[in-house]
Design a protein around this ligand. Structure first.
Ligand code: HEC
Ligand SMILES: [Cu+2]
Length: 341
């Protein structure tokens, strides 16, 4: 095989690997992709990404051409009868300055647009019409409180489209990181310190979020969902959430209400008017959520029953004890929780 055809084979192989890697960026198949920006912030980040990749690409091409020229034009076949090349002169001052200053300039070139975006996403004066949401990270779930609306929920956050949202991030235990790939982040969530993240969602839809900082056993099960809604849909959701829980009218849900108020659940969970625990998620409108347990389980009666029987079996390390509920008691409790729309 000639060296040219080896080279061609290597190029084809590299192109194939590159194409395969790029196909992993398809946002329709991979909702965790950042290549489908749906907020102003996500667009800025994507723009700077492509800008830097562009400059890097130019440098890569330049270097490849130079290496190619060196290999083809200046290489000598080692043979006995050829004179040895002279040793390189030790003091090419100009060259040394060039290869020190050159890369420094390149780094500066990349740093300027990157830093511009860093400062732009850390707005010191967020828009006055921003919706403020307090985010509290727990091992391993997310608490969302809307101070201006009296709304307390967990693992699923609803926000109106085209209105700036300002997340105030805090943690009760270790360092987590708040990340919605299609919107913005990652931003560290540090205990005893409030970090901020402000952006404006631009497209309605359901998006995934996740913890992006290893935080213990169930770090991978610490997800959340973001519902970007039209103004009307958001107002409906908000009106329902701000009200008290639905009262069970009878049947198993009514019996389940009694199980709830007489059990240990009340020490850790809040249901407005019933209990005010704050160790676990607020359950006032539990049934209005599509998922639970760090948004890893679909909210179905089967999943809920399995969860109440043995949380750790579904989520390793989950900080909710198995309370030994069985039979009718368990079914009634499930019926009650699933009535809390
Ligand atoms: C010692 C405190 C504690 C007790 C007692 C407790 N829980 Fe929990 N519960 C938690 C914690 C913490 C979580 C969050 C677990 C996670 O997602 O990692 C949780 C999660 C849940 C969830 C899922 C909520 C969501 O939106 O993700 C439900 C439902 C629930 N608990 C119901 C109950 C019921 C019903 C009882 C009583 C039988 C109960 N819990 C007793 C601490 C407790
Ligand atoms: Cu984590």
């Amino acid at each position: 095989m000639s060296s040219a055809s080896i080279r061609a084979a290597i190029h084809t192989l590299l192109a194939g690997v590159f194409a395969a890697l790029l196909s992993g960026c398809d946002p329709r198949r991979f909702p965790g992709s950042t290549f489908a920006p749906r907020s102003d912030m996500a667009h800025w980040v994507e723009a700077v990404y492509f800008e830097v990749i562009g400059w890097d690409g130019l440098i890569l091409i330049l270097i490849c051409v130079l290496v190619f020229l060196c290999l083809t034009r200046f290489s000598t076949r080692a043979s006995e009868d050829q004179p040895k090349p002279p040793p390189p002169h030790p003091e090419y001052l100009g060259l040394e300055v060039a290869w020190t200053v050159g890369p420094a300039l390149i780094l500066l070139f990349i740093a300027v647009p990157s830093l511009r975006i860093v400062f732009r996403t850390q707005q010191s004066a967020p828009p006055t019409n921003a919706l403020i949401i307090n985010v509290t990270a727990h091992q391993w779930w997310w608490q969302f409180d809307y101070p201006s609306m009296g709304i307390h929920t967990a693992n699923e956050v609803h926000i109106p489209v085209d209105r700036p949202v300002r997340f105030l991030l805090n943690s009760t235990d270790v360092i987590h990181s708040f990340w919605i790939p299609a919107m913005g982040g990652k931003r560290d969530v540090v205990p005893g310190h409030v970090n901020e993240l402000t952006f404006t969602p631009q497209v309605t839809g359901e998006y995934i979020g996740e913890c992006a900082e290893f935080c213990g056993l169930s770090h991978a099960n610490m997800r959340f969902r973001v519902f970007v809604q039209s103004r009307v849909a958001f107002d409906d959701w908000r009106a329902n959430q701000a009200g008290g829980p639905r009262l069970p009218t009878g049947g198993p849900a009514r019996a389940g209400e009694q199980v709830y108020v007489t059990s240990a659940c009340t020490t850790c969970h809040a249901i407005a008017g019933y209990s005010s625990g704050y160790i676990g998620p607020n359950l006032t409108h539990f049934a209005s959520r599509t998922t639970f347990a760090g948004s890893t389980l679909r909210n179905t009666p089967q999943n809920l029953a399995a969860w109440l029987e043995n949380p750790q079996a579904l989520k390793p390390g989950a900080q909710m004890p198995a309370l030994g509920l069985r039979g009718t008691e368990l079914n009634d409790l499930v019926a009650y929780l699933e009535s809390l729309k």
